[in-house]
Design a protein around this ligand. Structure first.
Ligand SMILES: [Fe+2]
Length: 260
């Protein structure tokens, strides 16, 4: 399997703090069934930025260390890029880069509110030939309150990556509920772990896949796994028609929403 979203590189962002932690994460990932990981450190202007040469050097060092330690994981280059108005021009200038040098770009939105320019920036990226992949929308307040907002982004031509740890409740109850809604409404195209450590936020997926199979069945889950393989090769994927989410009208549901 391929992990498309992982903060495994040592000492770059808020992920693995050193090579020892990176190795621990690699061992967990291998035991979970991964053979490839796209390293996606945060790129946030003014907070986490990095030079491509330095970045590729770290990836090489990790791959060499894994080979020495008999960890059968290949680490590939990527970034999790925080949305900003100049994202399309940064891509064009090569200041930020895509997932494994494919047209797919992992884009992070703010947790609290979606910037007004979001749809325009994603549109501009698509015009330039990129394929925006929205990172973990189940974590964004906008989507937890209005899952149907995401359907609009998908219909415009953007893709969606969900976190395995959201599905098993590591990132909170509301996030898990939203993950379930998104899956049941066919609004998920890719899965990643978004692992940051070898502890709670580790690169685990097995339990999440079991939960997903219970929610939506084997076929859709296999499709999501296969999409990851297609992504690293830069291939097009076929996506299902997303379904409209209609919140329940029941009194209990209203009360639940009020207190959640
Ligand atoms: Fe992340």
């Amino acid at each position: 399997m391929v992990d498309l979203h992982n903060h495994i590189l040592p000492g770059i962002d808020d992920g693995a703090k050193d090579m020892e932690e990176t190795l621990k994460m690699g061992k967990i990932a291998e035991a979970e069934g991964f053979s490839k990981i796209i390293a996606t450190p945060h790129y946030i202007e003014g907070e986490f930025t990095l030079e491509k040469e330095q970045f590729l050097g770290i990836i090489n060092a990790v791959n060499e260390h894994f080979a020495e330690q008999s960890v059968h994981i290949e680490v590939l280059p990527g970034l999790e890029i925080y949305i900003s108005p100049d994202l399309p021009s940064k891509l064009e200038k090569g200041e930020v880069f895509t997932l494994n040098n494919t047209p797919y770009v992992l884009v992070e939105l703010p947790m609290g509110s979606v910037p007004i320019y979001t749809e325009d920036i994603l549109y501009e990226m698509r015009l330039l030939g990129y394929k925006p992949v929205i990172a973990h929308p189940e974590r964004y307040i906008k989507v937890t309150k209005d899952p149907d907002y995401l359907r609009g982004l998908i219909e415009q031509g953007n893709y969606v990556q969900i976190n395995s740890l959201s599905i098993i409740g590591v990132l909170g109850k509301k996030t898990k509920q939203t993950a379930e809604i998104l899956l049941k409404h066919k609004m998920v195209h890719f899965i990643g772990t978004d692992a940051h450590t070898s502890r709670i936020r580790s690169p685990r997926i097995k339990e999440a896949l079991e939960q997903m199979r219970k929610w939506v069945g084997d076929e859709y889950v296999e499709e999501i796994i296969n999409n990851g393989r297609a992504l690293i090769r830069g291939e097009e994927i076929t996506i299902p028609q997303p379904l409209t989410y209609k919140p329940g009208k029941g009194f209990l549901r209203k009360m639940k929403n009020l207190f959640s």
